[in-house]
Write a protein that binds this ligand. Structure first.
Ligand code: AKB
Length: 320
């Protein structure tokens, strides 16, 4: 039997690239992209697209039945910085969309679920360096609380109802196709755009704020490798630690200067500094390596080369 895939939040930073990658692998017709609003035309025209509010169980169930969906990737969420401004809306979106998808799994209407967690599940009392898979968490942000609760629910639905739900804790994600929105790690994308357009960037985090980060190609590959793994290999049903690189704003600026020597950075930390300070500096992902063979491929140098290489023709298009 052919399986059909539904991506919820397909127009977002991860959803966009995941949609293209899954369509390239399985064929456009087998991957249904959905979002609460329309996204870029290229994405919407590359295969089936539905407007869908994932907090509406009936609407979700209808799309799942209509397309005979067997696999759901739930990429819709309110990220850390925006969630601090709208705590109840963040809780409503992040938790109810997850419950809806988990309940479809419980009722055997779908077979497999991917749900992203985040390094935001960790908090100020967590060991900061090479943060272990299992450790003190105590998140201090609304987003982190929703992700930690989500992890506990995924684990519960797996053990109690046999739902095949899989998850990774994404670090900050760096990509050039779609901008991130409302996160604390967003500076690591904005900086490349400004470096090309203005040769200068005013960073909303302090110069020595080290955070775990990952290039989008690695994040998409991790997601697809986890979903392709045999179920017996997936021993962690809350969420796996995932790592690739970690750096500070001053280190990413230095890496940009190897390509654009006149680039300058200034620092003006805002409310996002406290969020970043509560998160780990680096992550120990040995459990993901051991269980399903995870290995990152992109370090900071390679990421900078990719970002500037892909964005500079676009910047020229805009400025010419
Ligand atoms: C954010 O900054 O909120 C996200 C995340 C680390 O989950 N990028």
């Amino acid at each position: 039997m052919q399986s059909y895939i539904l991506i919820i939040g397909a127009c977002g930073q991860i959803g966009t690239e995941l949609t293209y990658a899954l369509r390239a692998k399985y064929g456009p017709e087998r991957v249904i992209a959905s979002d609460i609003r329309e996204g870029n035309e290229d994405l919407m025209e590359s295969g089936p697209f539905e407007i869908l509010d994932a907090t509406d169980y009936d609407a979700l169930e209808e799309v799942v039945a209509y397309y005979e969906i067997s696999e759901v990737y739930l990429m819709a969420a309110m990220l850390s910085a925006t969630a601090e401004k709208f705590p109840e809306r963040a809780w409503d979106l992040n938790m109810n969309s997850l419950f809806n998808v988990l309940n479809l799994g419980k009722e055997k209407k779908i077979e497999k679920i991917f749900w992203p967690s985040s390094i935001a599940v960790f908090g100020p009392n967590t060991p900061k360096e090479r943060t272990p898979q299992s450790t003190v968490m105590e998140p201090s942000t609304v987003y982190g609380i929703s992700k930690q609760s989500g992890e506990r629910w995924c684990d519960y639905y797996h053990h109690k109802y046999g739902v095949d739900v899989r998850s990774v804790r994404y670090p900050g994600l760096i990509s050039w196709k779609t901008m991130p929105g409302g996160g604390t790690t967003d500076y690591a994308v904005e900086i490349y755009h400004r470096a090309l357009s203005q040769r200068a960037y005013n960073c909303f985090l302090g110069e020595n704020t080290k955070l775990p980060m990952m290039f989008m190609n690695d994040a998409i590959r991790a997601t697809m490798e986890l979903m392709d793994s045999d179920a017996e290999k997936i021993k962690v049903r809350s969420s796996y630690n995932l790592a690739a690189m970690d750096f500070t704003p001053s280190e990413i600026a230095e890496s940009i200067r190897t390509h654009l020597p006149d680039f300058t950075i200034s620092y003006e930390p805002d409310f996002r500094q406290a969020i970043a300070d509560s998160w780990p500096n680096s992550i120990d992902d040995s459990r993901a390596r051991q269980d399903w063979g995870w290995r990152a491929a992109f370090d900071l140098e390679r990421t900078t080369g990719e970002m500037l290489g892909h964005l500079s023709p676009r910047t020229n298009e805009h400025t010419e």
